[in-house]
Design a binder for this molecule. Structure first.
Ligand SMILES: Nc1ncnc2c1ncn2[C@@H]1O[C@H](COP(=O)(O)OP(=O)(O)OP(=O)(O)O)[C@@H](O)[C@H]1O
Ligand SMILES: Cc1ncc(CO)c(N)n1
Ligand SMILES: [Mg+2]
Length: 517
């Protein structure tokens, strides 16, 4: 069975009628990779989020410009590049640095900024104070929405990438303009005149002192914190500290984590995320990529690169289970609708998986929806389809499927919701409510966007995107009567044990629904 098929589960508290089960309330759960996704063609026509990275080239391609390009690609964001230096680098260290003349950096900046609509600028290696000034001059001419400053100074191998003379430029000129600055512990120490930064408490003090230099927010990264079994980063927004903690992946392949993190933050900001959400998504992406790449071998030096494009290859091998086992566990936990989405499986494999899942769904009296593929839904006699804005129009799908099948449509706006109603959809999927790693290029609509769509429609709505046990009740609490449930993917299917997670989510939602009543 093809393993690139992703189930999603809906917890849906609404009466839907269909030929197999009649009218009944489904407590549904939608596994997400599949279901309701949502960047519309129209949005693509209007604008693709765009990050410009101003950084050095790493010939080994683990860090620098190359990491930035891969990170943005993995997050579904366009990335343009202004190269400040060319380094000869591999897994053993830095063998040479060739700095690009300032006037040619200025020329690159002008070419990109004057022509392309850049949303966010991310900086990495800036090898001179004059270069910082060139950058700031360009940004005053062509302002952008946000500036992410990764104050690259020394590589993990100990080689100097930007000498002490640049510290003044960073401190005095660049940091005051930054929306976020992301030093590692050594860089935080250097920016603060050699202050000791070796504990989490030191990181908090450093974050506060760095904030005094003018950036809107600070993230002190603890990847290199001595004696820490966790990877701890400290985020400070001028008022509150947030300790962001993940387990430390045991691997040599950590070259470029800092560049990747900063680029992911920039990518999420370009999509419209608030700063703290952007940082959390970025940290989660780095951790997932490190974990996926922990055993790959590239180069013979002490620090290898990791694989940013894991999503193109990731299969359910991560959790070592079949799609039918995953669906079964979700249903036993209380999911009320299953949706299947084919990522890059062949049609025959997808059909086989759909048939197998349908059998399990029938045992539980739960509908199976197929994402996008009307032909697969017809071929296996699934209970319906879920359609994105760039899939077949719901009206055409209805004509093909007949009146009894369930049709869900992903909508981000009142206009799309209205069209779904006219076209004969049974429900709307609305999201991404929160930033999500499941769909890299999905725009976040937030709780406000969700509410707007709910209020604009008569159809029942299921909320999608970054929803899990911790925030499902917040979503249901928005207090709109046609919000009938949530759809989840990662919260169940990217967990080691699906059944307990599904039970917990079901309990949280039952509780939330009782309260709303
Ligand atoms: N082994 C690891 N497991 C999990 N997360 C890690 C690990 N190493 C680093 N990180 C995370 O990666 C991000 C980058 O932190 P780090 O301190 O490594 O930056 P950096 O030193 O600037 O990286 P580099 O210079 O190698 O690009 C942080 O969020 C950190 O917590
Ligand atoms: C070009 C470049 N930028 C940044 C880093 C930091 O990891 C590196 N090693 N090389
Ligand atoms: Mg770094």
């Amino acid at each position: 069975m093809a393993c690139s098929i992703v189930p999603s589960s809906l917890f849906f508290f609404h009466k839907l009628t269909n030929s197999r089960y009649g009218t009944r309330t489904f407590v549904a759960m939608q596994d997400d990779c599949g279901a309701a996704s949502a960047t519309t063609t129209e949005q693509y026509k209007m604008k693709i989020p765009h990050v410009l990275t101003v950084a050095g080239s790493d010939s080994g391609a683990g860090a620098g410009i190359q990491a930035d390009l891969k990170a943005c690609a993995a997050r579904g964001v366009y990335c343009s590049t202004v190269i400040t230096a060319v380094t000869a680098q591999n897994t053993a260290g830095v063998q040479g640095v060739n700095i690009v003349p300032e006037d040619f950096v200025a020329a690159q900046l002008k070419s990109v900024l004057s022509d392309m609509q850049v949303d966010v600028v991310k900086t990495g290696m800036l090898p001179s104070t004059d270069l910082v000034k060139v950058l700031l001059q360009s940004l005053s001419e062509f302002p952008v929405r946000a500036l992410v400053v990764d104050p690259v100074m020394v590589s993990t191998s100990g080689d100097v990438l930007a000498g002490p003379s640049t510290i003044t430029g960073l401190r005095e000129n660049l940091l005051p303009m930054a929306d976020i600055v992301t030093p590692n512990v050594k860089e935080a120490s250097a920016l603060l005149g050699g202050m000791q930064v070796v504990t989490v408490a030191d990181m908090c003090s450093a974050a506060k002192l760095l904030h005094n230099l003018g950036p809107r927010t600070v993230l002190v990264k603890g990847g290199d914190l001595p004696d820490s079994s966790d990877a701890v980063d400290i985020f400070f927004d001028g008022e509150d500290f947030h300790e962001l903690r993940s387990s430390r992946v045991n691997t040599r392949n950590t070259h470029g984590t800092g560049c990747t993190l900063a680029s992911c933050i920039a990518a999420e900001l370009a999509k419209g995320s608030p700063m703290l959400s952007a940082v959390k998504v970025a940290k989660c992406f780095v951790e997932t990529a490190l974990d996926y790449s922990k055993d790959i071998v590239i180069g013979s030096g002490p620090q290898g690169p990791f694989d940013h494009l894991l999503r193109l290859k990731r299969t359910n091998k991560k959790w070592g289970r079949s799609i039918t086992d995953a669906v079964k566990a979700a249903l036993e936990g209380g999911a009320t609708i299953i949706q299947l989405r084919e990522k890059d499986a062949d049609t025959r494999g997808f059909l086989e998986a759909a048939k197998a899942c349908l059998q399990i769904c029938c045992v539980h009296g739960v509908p199976l929806l197929i994402n996008d593929r009307i032909d697969i839904a017809l071929a296996c006699d699934a209970d319906g389809v879920h359609l994105g804005q760039s899939d077949m129009p719901a009206r055409t799908a209805r004509a093909l499927l007949g009146p009894d099948k369930i049709i869900g449509v992903s909508c981000k706006t009142p206009e799309e919701a209205h069209q779904a109603w006219i076209d004969g959809a049974n429900y709307i999927g609305c999201g991404g409510v929160y930033p999500t790693n499941t769909k890299a290029n999905n725009l976040t609509v937030g709780l406000d966007g969700l509410k707007t769509v709910c209020l604009a429609s008569k159809l029942p709505v299921v909320a999608i995107g970054g929803i899990g046990i911790s925030n499902a009740s917040d979503v249901m609490k928005i207090g709109v009567s046609n919000l009938k449930g949530v759809a989840v993917v990662s919260a169940l299917f990217d967990r080691e044990c699906i059944l307990p997670e599904s039970k917990k989510l079901h309990a949280v939602l039952m509780d939330a629904v009782q309260r709303v009543k």
